[in-house]
Design a binder for this molecule. Structure first.
Ligand code: NAP
Length: 471
């Protein structure tokens, strides 16, 4: 007895340490200098959580209803590892869809566990357990299909266009209400096994319906919301299995995903209610081709190098194109070359530049750009009138002044970087094509703007060569 109590206490301590590590992971991931430590702390926490759970199973010898066979558990671990390792090696630009797939796997697991608990426990499942079990499988089910849809849209294997029809929100809400109605019935009568698959089926279809009206490019916000749902379903599973660590980890996941969705919605100037009801992400009707060709001024790498070398304050504005071109290391070389010449170079980081939160920070950190040179939008916006050159590298929407002036613009109200206030603006991009929002950028036609047409990596590399040539 004493040994059992001692082992239980030991497992309790393992779970406590794992919980603390998860909390520290979130805290440390908040800032680039501590982010790697945060990841490590989360990984150690997860290893402890798995180890503690295996120990617990070893002590029990069997769960409530079934005998434990470690062979199956290790087979599952091997399969999970075989899937997880290649997933961890995807390109940085594919991280949003990779994350969506992870959520789908996690939620699938939660739904399966809930389903097995239901069939093992029915008809004598106590009301509280049945209520949280229903929450678990409804949230889990909709997260599985919602996340798969989101990943498919981002990977462009599914159409990116939002699919909408009249009364869509009503149909969605009705489906959700039916699922909740069945859940309430099951709480009263857990023996109604024929209703259970209907509830799970509705949740699975609901996940698809929730995501189809949203445009592919808005998927990162949806993914962080689905992250929140996956976390909440895991917390519900913690109640069902009476596992405190799952409750804590799920609650952390659920709340951090929710906070991130709110931050992203704010930075993109979308109301959170719109996100919840799936009524956003409509592709702007004004396609690029519909606009008249207007004259722009362009410059060569040699001219750009000359202007940069003569400047004393330069602000680099990175965006999605820098990520696509993988130009961050060349950007670092440019930073070194200019700093060596005594030019003050800083980086202006817009909260939604790129395609996922922290996208630019991660890339620039990978290239060892000093963190203290990275400025958040609110901290640098007031400085632009004193900036000699704003060098925009593959960014578009986050610099679009129409967000401040054009009430009819789809991005009107979105906070943007005030680059047009600097003396000279240089924009590296391959063409006049629009960015994520699908709209033209008046910045390109302004007097102080020079377009530097080309791939970001190639163009920056050519500027660096020119600077070296000038000694
Ligand atoms: P953006 O508006 O999408 O513009 C990126 C630009 O990069 C494009 O205009 C493209 O022009 C250029 N580009 C692409 N490949 C390039 C290459 N190889 N070399 C050089 N240029 C290249 O990007 P952004 O300014 O970073 O803005 C981000 C947008 O994504 C915002 O609208 C934001 O709301 C949205 N968003 C962000 C997040 C997030 O979490 N960060 C999530 C969801 C949505 P060319 O084709 O002419 O080269």
């Amino acid at each position: 007895m004493t040994t059992v109590a001692g082992s239980q206490a030991f497992i309790g301590i393992i779970y406590l340490i794992a919980s603390a590590l998860f909390i520290l992971a979130l805290k440390w991931m908040n800032a680039p200098p501590t982010a790697r430590r945060g990841i490590l702390s989360g990984e150690i926490g997860m290893v402890l959580a798995i180890g503690g759970t295996l120990l617990q199973l070893g002590m029990d010898g069997k769960l409530e209803h079934i005998t434990i066979d470690y062979g199956w558990i290790f087979l599952a671990l091997a399969i999970g590892t075989a899937i997880g390792v290649p997933l961890g090696l995807v390109q940085m630009t594919a991280v949003p869809q990779r994350t969506a797939l992870s959520h789908a796997f996690g939620a699938f697991c939660v739904t399966l566990v809930g389903t097995s608990e239901f069939y093992l426990g029915t008809p004598s499942i106590p009301p509280f357990k049945m209520a949280v079990l229903c929450c678990e499988v409804i949230l889990g089910g909709l997260t599985v299909t919602g996340s798969l849809m989101a990943a498919g849209k981002l990977q462009e294997v599914l159409p990116q266009r939002p699919i909408t029809y009249k009364g869509q929100n009503f149909v969605n809400l009705l489906m959700f209400a039916v699922a909740i109605g069945i859940a309430v019935f099951l709480v009263h009568d857990p023996g109604a096994t024929h209703l259970y698959p209907v509830m799970v089926g509705i949740a699975l279809v609901f996940g698809v319906m929730l995501v189809i009206p949203i445009g592919g490019a808005d998927m990162p916000t949806v993914i962080s919301l689905l992250n929140s749902y996956a976390g909440l379903s895991a917390a519900a599973m913690g109640f069902v299995l009476n596992n405190k660590l799952l409750i804590i980890a799920g609650a952390l996941d659920g709340s951090s995903g929710f906070i991130l969705s709110v931050i992203m919605s704010k930075a993109m100037n979308r109301s959170f209610t719109n996100v919840l009801f799936g009524a956003f992400g409509q592709v702007a009707p004004a396609a690029a081709g519909a606009q008249e060709a207007r004259p722009v001024k362009s410059a060569s790498p040699e001219e750009a190098a000359g202007i940069l070398a003569a400047a004393s304050k330069v602000v680099v504005v990175p965006g999605y194109g820098m990520a696509v071109a993988q130009a961050q290391h060349k950007v670092r070389e440019l930073y070194d070359a200019l700093t060596k010449r005594g030019v003050d170079v800083r980086f202006a980081i817009h909260p939604v530049a790129g395609r996922m939160p922290g996208h630019m920070n991660v890339l620039l950190a990978e290239a060892d750009v000093p963190y203290d040179r990275l400025m958040e939008m609110d901290d640098i916006n007031g400085d632009f009138p004193q900036v000699d050159v704003s060098l925009i590298i593959g960014a578009n929407d986050v610099t679009n002044p129409a967000a401040k002036t054009d009430k009819s613009s789809p991005i009107y109200g979105m906070p943007v970087l005030d680059v047009e206030k600097s003396h000279t603006v240089m924009v590296i991009k391959r063409s006049m094509n629009p960015g994520f929002a699908g709209i033209d950028n008046p910045l390109y036609y302004m007097d102080q703007t020079l377009m530097l047409f080309g791939d970001a990596k190639v163009f920056v590399s050519n500027i660096v060569k020119e600077l070296a040539g000038h000694g």
